[in-house]
Ligand binder design. Structure first.
Ligand SMILES: Cc1cc2nc3c(=O)[nH]c(=O)nc-3n(C[C@H](O)[C@H](O)[C@H](O)COP(=O)(O)OP(=O)(O)OC[C@H]3O[C@@H](n4cnc5c(N)ncnc54)[C@H](O)[C@@H]3O)c2cc1C
Length: 388
């Protein structure tokens, strides 16, 4: 018996419902038709085509796990599978969808007023409006509690000052969810792009996540009406809950990057002849492929387990840390190993593994670094918070 696709090795698809399989196939087809033919060019040019946003809206993946306001209201597992297939295309594409749906839209859906939800969510679900999520600052990344961005009351208005760094979609967003210190603790604000005093800058010369726009936000005496504050978000727990949503997508998405790397590499190894045989026929190559397939399968099963817990309403933040830590670590190791099997061909954009590996260098850092997730698990096991 020959299993030609590494994902079929454990017959993981048999654990999915018909609807979940259908959503996965639909997103995979979209990626094959609309992303794979162009993604190397986007990566090389360091761009994310804005025109893709309404197409992703039509596909139904923007805020797809949210209920109402034009969102699809799918299960968490279905959302995860969509992230898997999007990231099999490119982590930049999955990042766009994660930031739009799980950070920007989720913050409005969960913590916004009815008026804010009606104003933004339907347009964001359709990809007509793009959102971003500004938590990280130049001096505060892993430790956002000490952020410097400040919002002070001025009559009925708010005045915001500060800056945000490494913000996905930052310079193409129509609205930014910006987190700031107030005299009542950390609160979230919706800042439309044309607000006076609000400027953005695209971060250039990235070596990773090049098919994604990353920006800086500057807030210089930005005056917002009282209605711009997210009324339900009080304290750091609010942005952290949004990050939990996005990390969940990464648990699945990173499996997609690893899957695409491994599929590409098995195909290459079967066709590349050295010493009169396909390199896939050498034991050392098979040892690498088998180890990677085992790690890929266990990552996929872990993602699915966490997805089922989320759909049952029982998923805990430290469990998401287990998933993000393991699956991104495994995906990065797989993409790098695949690059090696491709030899010299592996260093160009003709093959996906090094692009995935470079992208995963960002994925391992954002939404909580590996070190921070390790320490969250350590704290859960011991009761000691070693990161403080
Ligand atoms: C491409 C990209 C997109 C991003 N998109 C967004 C976005 O949309 N919105 C947003 O708000 N942010 C975004 N980020 C920011 C990201 O979340 C931060 O980069 C991340 O939280 C790490 O912060 P930092 O870069 O300041 O690193 P630091 O926090 O300075 O960490 C540097 C190193 O020190 C380690 N470290 C820090 N504290 C400890 C500790 N207590 N114990 C042990 N080790 C520690 C870290 O693990 C890391 O290895 C993005 C980042 C990138 C690269």
């Amino acid at each position: 018996m020959t299993v030609t696709d590494p994902f079929d090795l454990l017959d993981i698809d048999s654990l999915l419902s018909d609807e979940e399989r259908q959503i996965r196939e639909t997103v995979a087809r979209f990626v094959t038709d609309h992303v794979r033919p162009h993604v190397a060019d986007w990566f090389e040019a360091g761009t994310f085509p804005r025109e893709l946003a309404p197409e992703l809206g039509k596909l139904g993946v923007l805020g797809m796990h949210l209920e109402g306001y034009g969102c699809a209201g799918t299960s968490a597992v279905a959302y995860g599978l969509a992230c898997l297939e999007l990231e099999a295309g490119d982590s930049g594409l999955r990042s766009f969808v994660s930031v739009q749906g799980s950070l920007a839209m989720f913050s409005i859906w969960k913590y916004g007023s009815e008026e804010q939800r009606r104003e933004w969510l339907p347009r964001m679900a359709a990809g007509e409006a793009i959102g971003c999520f500004g938590l990280t600052e130049p001096d505060f990344g892993s430790d956002p509690a000490n952020m410097r961005t400040r919002a002070v009351r001025d009559g009925g208005d708010w005045i915001l000052n500060g800056s945000k760094m490494w913000i996905t979609n930052g310079s193409i967003a129509d609205v930014a969810t910006v987190w700031a210190q107030t005299e009542d603790g950390i609160r979230g604000f919706l800042v439309p792009k044309d607000t006076p005093g609000f400027t953005t800058r695209t971060i250039k010369r990235k070596l990773s996540l090049r098919a994604s726009i990353t920006g800086e936000l500057a807030l210089d005496d930005v005056r917002l009406p009282g209605s711009a504050m997210l009324p339900g978000a009080a304290g750091l727990g609010a942005p952290l809950s949004c990050l939990s949503e996005a990390r969940f997508g990464i648990v699945f998405g990173s499996v997609g990057a690893a899957l695409d790397s491994l599929r590409t590499t098995i195909g290459y190894a079967n066709n590349r002849i050295q010493f009169g045989r396909p390199i896939a026929a050498f034991q050392l190559t098979q040892g690498k492929l088998a180890d990677m397939a085992v790690d890929l399968g266990t990552s996929a099963l872990l993602a699915l387990h966490l997805g089922r817990l989320k759909d049952a309403g029982r998923l805990k933040p430290h469990q998401i840390s287990v998933g993000k830590l393991n699956n991104v670590r495994q995906a990065l190791a797989i993409a790098r190993e695949c690059r090696g099997i491709l030899g010299g061909s592996g260093i160009t954009l003709e093959y996906s593994p090094l692009r995935h590996a470079n992208n995963l260098e960002s994925v391992v850092t954002y939404e909580g670094t590996s070190e921070i997730h390790t320490l969250v698990i350590g704290q859960t096991l011991t009761g000691h918070a070693a990161y403080r």
